[in-house]
Ligand binder design. Structure first.
Ligand code: SF4
Length: 449
């Protein structure tokens, strides 16, 4: 028995950043599990420790550097542990990680995810420290290994050709690479067959999907093909680019009953000059017109967004225009950030950077405005009965289940029984800025009953 335990190999994965990184972590975990690694309960105890990193903002970089600093001492007591830095920061910094952090064994770029097991074996065999940061590979054809009870992510493309001037994604994820339609359809059908109720299509810019395929296809073609008899109960996608949002995508969204009544539509800024300098390809008014067309075509649509304040050169008047657009668009919620210059991007070279104190002050004002809108919108929805896909137990209150509506509103409700993965009808009783607490009215029968 003791020898069996001593042979057990463990891993721990710490993920930073966006949903594409969450997806990559699922792939990394499944690659290690295929080599008989089991999840460890704490990073200190793992044989293989992977930091899957993000570099989209400076504080994301700093978090990883700080965490790696902690492991200098932990690894001194556990020299056999293999420390891997993967993800966008690994792609950006490459070799520099080895120089700066002697405790790091493997640096694994975003194009080389599938190489992890082999690199671990090579380090274990005594090869020494390894950097694998290529520019071409991808892992779009690996089957997904979802960790959630009800939802699964399916990447439809990686990389981006838009080159927004603040964004580091094209540098660390490469150019657009779309997955063929037949492959996406097969993967979605496989996951639906396994019982996943909700599929999230992932891409850095889903509206560009298919431009690089031969023959070319459009994102609307893919959405349309995903309708029909074997469609998932819920289909979502992230993120679309407002400039590439064709009338046909809206039409297909409205016509396909699987597509959820939710869209994450990144605004980034409201002022036309700032948007032009960001190279976003739309004006504040065009964005508002798109929001109006979406709401007209899809009743009860939830809209969320991303906003950056304090982009270089942004004046107080231009920031006010962002506040105006936010007032008019009335998003359900927003991810809001102060601009963070990313070395190597055009934005970082602009000489008229906004001082940090001003960026933070604008961010505070924007958050205050948006939080008020979110809470007000949620209060207007109290008393409604909604369909919730149950994701699992609430992390804070174990007697509660948590899930999301089709509009992506977060709902908690009390239940002793665990209905994870099932659709429930819930009445919204209390509204908060972050979502709702409700009462369970009904749950669909389980698949086996
Ligand atoms: S479209 Fe999105 S991922 Fe692509 S460069 Fe712009 S912000 Fe970055």
């Amino acid at each position: 028995m003791d020898s069996a335990i001593s042979r057990l190999k463990t891993y721990f994965l710490q993920t930073y950043g966006c949903q594409m990184n969450v997806y990559d972590s699922e792939i990394l975990a499944s690659l290690l599990e295929a080599q008989n690694y089991q999840p460890a309960t704490a990073p200190e105890q793992a044989d293989v420790l992977v930091f899957n990193t993000c570099c989209v903002r400076d504080n994301a970089d700093q978090k990883v550097y700080g965490r790696l600093g902690d492991f200098k001492f932990i690894k001194a007591e556990r020299p056999g542990q293999i420390l891997v830095v993967a993800g966008c920061l690994a792609q950006k910094d490459g070799e520099a990680f080895l120089e700066r952090f002697p405790q790091v064994d493997i640096v694994l770029g975003t194009h080389d995810v599938q190489a992890l097991p082999e690199l671990v074996q090579r380090v274990q065999a005594g090869e020494g420290r390894i950097v694998q940061v290529g520019r071409q590979g991808h892992h779009l054809d690996l089957p997904a290994s979802p960790r959630g009870a009800s939802s699964a992510m399916v990447p439809i493309s990686m990389g981006c050709d838009q080159w927004c001037t603040y964004c580091i994604v094209p540098y660390v994820r490469g150019q657009l690479h779309s997955r063929p339609v037949v492959q996406v359809l097969a993967e979605v059908r496989r996951l639906v067959g396994l019982g996943y109720r909700e599929i999230m299509l992932l891409g850095q810019n889903v509206n560009d999907y298919g431009r690089d395929l031969q023959p070319q296809v459009e994102f609307a073609d893919l959405l349309e093909a995903l309708g029909g008899l074997d469609a998932p109960d819920r289909l979502r996608f992230t993120s679309p680019h407002p400039a590439g949002f064709t009338p046909r995508v809206i039409q297909v969204m409205a016509a396909n009953p699987s597509v959820c009544e939710h869209i994450h539509l990144p605004l980034q800024a409201g002022d036309d000059q700032v948007l032009a300098r960001m190279k976003r390809g739309y004006t504040g008014q065009q964005f508002l017109d798109l929001v109006a067309r979406l709401r007209q075509a899809i009743p009860d649509l939830g809209i969320t967004t991303d906003i950056i304040v304090g982009f270089p050169g942004e004046t107080e008047a231009q920031f006010q225009r962002t506040l105006e657009v936010v007032q008019q668009a009335r998003f359900d919620s927003a991810f809001m950030f102060a601009y963070s210059p990313r070395p190597g991007t055009p934005g970082s070279l602009f000489t008229d950077q906004v001082p940090e104190s001003e960026r933070m002050e604008r961010l505070y004002r924007l958050i205050h405005l948006q939080n008020g809108i979110s809470e007000e919108k949620h209060r207007q929805r109290m008393g409604r009965e909604v369909e919730v896909l149950v994701e699992g137990r609430s992390k804070k209150t174990s007697s509660r289940l948590t899930g999301r509506t089709r509009q992506n509103w977060l709902v908690h409700f009390d239940s002793e029984e665990d209905f994870s993965g099932r659709l429930a009808r819930v009445r919204l009783d209390q509204a908060f800025m972050w979502g709702f607490v409700g009462t369970l009215l009904e749950v669909e029968p389980s698949a086996g009953s």
